[in-house]
Design a protein around this ligand. Sequence first.
Ligand code: NDP
Length: 245
Amino acid sequence: MLVTGASSGIGEHTARLFAASGALVALGARRTDRIEIIVAEIRAAGGRAYGVDLDVTDEKIIASAFDHAEAATGTPITVVVNNAGIATAESALTMSHAAWKGVFETNLAGAFLVAQAFARRRVAAGAGGAIVNVASIVGMRPIGNLAAYAAAKAGMVALTASLATEWARYGIRVNTLAPGYIETDLNAAFFRTSAGKALLARIPQRRLGHVSDLDGALLLLASKESQYMTASTVVVDGGLLMGSL
Ligand code: NDP
């Protein structure tokens, strides 16, 4: 399997989780120094993992990441967790077009290009597979200063449904995991601010999620236990999305 954005946070944890469950895991990201350390730790713990240089905004690098991963192990990638993402917290009044495009290129176009490269290989092999797209509840309910991120994540839910519909005939399942607030590098600074603390108080379970809170949903969506699930969105958010008004 391939986990994109595996150099930190949710992606790093996902790679460790699947390796501990016996999967052969390719970890992709731009910070290959961090990937090397994580791969070494997974191997030291008895897992099977290897790193690939991956920038999801670059089609050629995506293609070579798949080639490299499959050649290195002689095993086709049958599951992709499309996790790579960035968030730019900024007023919609001041956000530049370049910043908007950066968020869309990574979060939405990047997920599409990785899914496309994966599906082309699975279709050519005459075999199916599973894609888990990591979106966010921010794509389903608004919050200020995250317009580009929210729009890209909402797009990811629509992308998931479109690809699931188009690729069901090839046995490729595509589902969305929509986390709530999970404590990672992406948001650690925000949750130290007063706005962050106020938001925390609105989560029905009154706590941030831990990366391990996503384990059940990740393992489900990547496995045959969910073989009749496709185009689904699984929300893991401590109740925030449906919280009291
Ligand atoms: P991190 O910042 O810890 O991780 C983001 C990962 O994405 C890094 O490994 C980074 O690797 C990778 N990445 C960024 N740009 C690229 C790129 N162009 N090509 C390849 N990899 C890239 O954040 P999180 O772990 O929190 O976020 C992971 C995903 O989960 C994101 O999609 C995020 O939107 C989503 N999410 C997070 C939530 C949270 O509360 N934390 C809530 C809901 C969704 P590198 O820089 O080395 O390339």
